[in-house]
Design a protein around this ligand. Structure first.
Ligand code: GLA
Length: 736
């Protein structure tokens, strides 16, 4: 049993071979946190880990016991206002307007597998892979029940958590905050890692040492955002890619979030992760309940790579739609950067024909095929074909493309509407905004109010019409602006705090209806690139457009950061033209492909305008990718240690460790540089690997410990690795 309850000491111990998570019922009936980290053996009592210390001025729970103070006790799921002055996990406004709650242990149950919570994405288990503990606490005064869910996976260093509040009383209450997880760590000896950026430079790794006070990342945009990904890791200062402790946290959610660590005056670090309390409020009348999204917690004592690999495995095996989790993705070509809005039937067919000839498998028609969409100022919301551009219709185009032997994909932006559109003319009240107040524009568009069922229904019906003829194999679901003037005309004044969450539930509902009706359509989520790349989306769309920025140098940092928790099979990666459209940088076709190999792989350039040499090279690249695709999609990915940010080293190893692909990237050439060496990882030390690029064989232990000597860079006199922006790809094949 991976979950033990020791009644004599009132202690819960969740454990598997990798991790232990321990907490207990305290004397006052609340829950106290005891330990989270590397697995330790189980015992009847861990009560000795609960240390009470009387501190001057601390508020106390019992008049005659100066040591029992919530200000200093490490708690499992804290409330504010009864002695603890730190930010709480839960806060509720009662019917008389106070915000005090006191949740006392009532009962607990354990179950095999994992419950599903309606309407919310979450990791799943098919039975024997996980066990769940549900602990119910109760506040008698306000007749409110709080249930904490913990799932531990048997073979993964993963615990997931979610919380639920139910109003059992006659009076209404309002939830001000309900975090998905909360942990009080013993110390603050951590570096906080986050993935930050903006449009076109998403998910760059940023780090800072924990300091006293609050450090946080968040989103209040209505989407998880390119600015901070809903991911936070706490690593020990000495932890590297290949060794040391790290705790990684993410939310299976795509809306507003808060991830914060508060270090108190006694160096306890409180981690909170959940829906952002800013602007949030959820009313509960009698017998109504609210369920928080799920938080995922990963522990690794084998460095950042081990943490990432655990996330990757969890997401692939227990989060993505099963239909797609292990399915190799078609190599695609997307027309966006080839044509932008300027295309017609013939231009598209010409691109598709050329694409087919080089070995591409899927053609994706991007923005501009609907309404009267000739630029980004009109037609969002009008999901019917643009007759002037495609007079033969969409089905005819799809059929012609499919007759070439390609699959056919289509772009939608379901959540949006332009003022210049039929939909807006008919239903201006379906857009988000405050009555009589100016509505802020962004990319010339408004956001539809997906908190209203009728809006979701209407968009579903329009999309369903397009999909009904069964010609569409892939959908790119875009989302190109965030929410301003947040307000839903369908909600009463005292329920406007529910708006953002209801909006994202509407998005999930549309996804759910589409993937249920069309399970064989491959969905890629997109939000101006990677503006909503999160675990919530992966539950529906098994891949996401990583970034609009396809420049390979920029992509090194973006894909490196993204790989912290998202698997390569989920990362959309295309070979663009050169100079690249986002930074105007010139790079070789080889360099561009070498970075794009580490993702879903495809092309986004005008293939009708390339040279014969480039065509030959693309044919070779596609053949190479196909040879390695299953290792890339299903193997283990490693970011190899690089002491110098001018160099990136990546590697994938097949599950049986018999094949590996190693990539070494150099950004700028330097004068007369040192010879570089990097250590490979994850190989079988006893296997002899042949490298065709070098016509040499090496034992796995040599490659992992002596390391790999890079191609000599140009010194002014000699060296094979010349110039800026170069990549080398090496294959390693175990000798039989
Ligand atoms: C967003 C996407 C792009 C492209 C355009 C079309 O920016 O990220 O890939 O689809 O929209 O308008």
């Amino acid at each position: 049993m991976p979950i033990q309850y020791h009644a004599s000491s009132k202690t819960f111990h969740l454990f598997n071979d990798e991790i232990s998570y321990i907490f207990m019922i305290l004397a006052n009936g609340e829950l106290g946190h005891l330990y989270y980290g590397k697995a330790i053996r189980d015992r009847e009592s861990f009560a000795h880990l609960f240390v009470l210390q009387a501190r001057a001025l601390a508020p106390v729970a019992y008049r005659d016991d100066l040591s029992f103070s919530l200000e200093v006790i490490k708690q499992e799921y804290p409330s504010y206002g009864t002695g603890d002055f730190r930010e709480p996990a839960v806060q509720i406004t009662t019917s008389i307007g106070d915000k005090i709650s006191h949740f006392i242990y009532k009962e607990h149950t354990m179950m095999e597998g994992k419950p599903r919570f309606d309407g919310l994405p979450a990791t799943f288990s098919d039975g024997g892979e996980a066990q769940t503990l549900a602990i119910t606490l109760y506040d008698e005064l306000i007749a409110c029940e709080l249930t904490l869910y913990y799932t531990i996976f048997h073979d993964l260093a993963v615990i997931t958590r979610s919380s639920r509040v139910e109003n059992k009383g006659a009076q209404p209450i309002k939830i001000d905050r309900l975090m998905s997880t909360s942990i009080d760590f013993y110390d603050n000896h951590f570096v906080m890692m986050q993935l930050d950026g903006a449009w076109s430079r998403e998910r760059h790794v940023q780090e800072r040492p924990l300091l006293n006070g609050i450090q946080a990342i968040s989103s209040a945009r209505g989407a998880s955002g390119a600015f901070h990904n809903p991911f936070l890791a706490l690593r020990r200062p000495q932890t590297t890619e290949s060794q040391g402790e790290v705790y990684g946290f993410t939310l299976v959610y795509s809306g507003n979030f808060l991830a914060q660590v508060e270090v108190d005056s006694y160096d306890v670090s409180r981690l909170l992760l959940g829906i952002h309390p800013f602007g949030f409020g959820w009313n509960l009348t009698t017998n109504e309940h609210f369920q928080s999204p799920e938080a995922v917690m990963v522990y690794s004592d084998g460095g950042l790579n081990q943490m990432s690999q655990t996330f990757h495995q969890l997401f692939q095996d227990h989060l993505m739609p099963k239909r797609w989790a292990r399915e190799l993705r078609p190599i695609l070509i997307n027309n966006w950067e080839a044509t932008y809005f300027d295309f017609d039937h013939h231009k598209i067919i010409a691109i598709a024909q050329q694409a087919k000839e080089v070995g591409i498998e899927l053609f994706v028609l991007d923005d501009g095929w609907f309404g009267h969409r000739d630029n980004d100022k009109s037609s969002l919301g009008d999901w019917f074909v643009h007759k002037e551009k495609l007079p033969q219709g969409l089905s005819a185009l799809a059929r012609e493309i499919k007759a070439l032997g390609l699959k056919f994909g289509l772009w939608f932006e379901p959540e949006m509407v332009n003022e210049v559109s039929k939909l807006y003319r008919m239903h201006p009240e379906w857009t988000i905004g405050v009555p009589n107040r100016h509505k802020t524009y962004s990319r010339h568009q408004y956001v539809l109010d997906f908190s209203q069922a009728v809006v979701v229904d209407t968009v579903f019906t329009m999309m369903d019409k397009i999909l009904a003829d069964g010609l569409i194999d892939y959908i790119k679901w875009d989302m190109n602006r965030n929410i301003t003037e947040a307000y839903s005309a369908s909600l009463p004044a005292d329920r406007q705090g529910e708006f953002f969450h209801r909006y994202i539930l509407g998005v999930y509902q549309l996804y759910d209806r589409l993937i249920t009706k069309y399970p064989n359509i491959l969905f890629e989520s997109c939000a101006s690139g990677g503006g909503r790349f999160d675990a919530g989306m992966l539950f529906y769309a098994p891949q996401a457009w990583t970034s609009d920025n396809m420049d390979p140098i920029e992509r090194l940092a973006i894909q490196h950061g993204t790989s912290m928790l998202y698997p390569l099979i989920s990362m959309g990666s295309h070979v663009p033209t050169s100079p690249n459209h986002q930074v105007d940088r010139h790079t070789s076709l080889a360099m561009r492909a070498s970075v794009a190999y580490f993702g879903t792989f495809g092309y986004e350039l005008d293939i009708t305008k390339i040279s014969a040499d480039e065509r030959t090279e693309i044919v070779r690249q596609i053949a190479f990718f196909k040879q390695w695709q299953s290792v890339i999609a299903l193997g283990k990915f490693y970011r190899l240690e690089s002491a110098d940010p001018n160099y990136y080293y990546w590697m994938v190893v097949s599950q049986d460790k018999e094949q590996a692909l190693v990539a070494s990237y150099k950004i700028l050439a330097r004068a007369n540089p040192a010879l570089k060496r990097f250590n490979l990882q994850g190989l079988n030390p006893n296997l002899l690997y042949y490298c065709p690029e070098r016509e040499l064989s090496y034992y796995g232990d040599e490659l992992m410990h002596v390391g790999w000597l890079s191609e000599p860079e140009f010194t002014g006199m000699s060296g094979t690795d010349k110039g800026d922006f170069t990549a080398r790809i090496y294959q390693l094949l175990a000798k039989k």
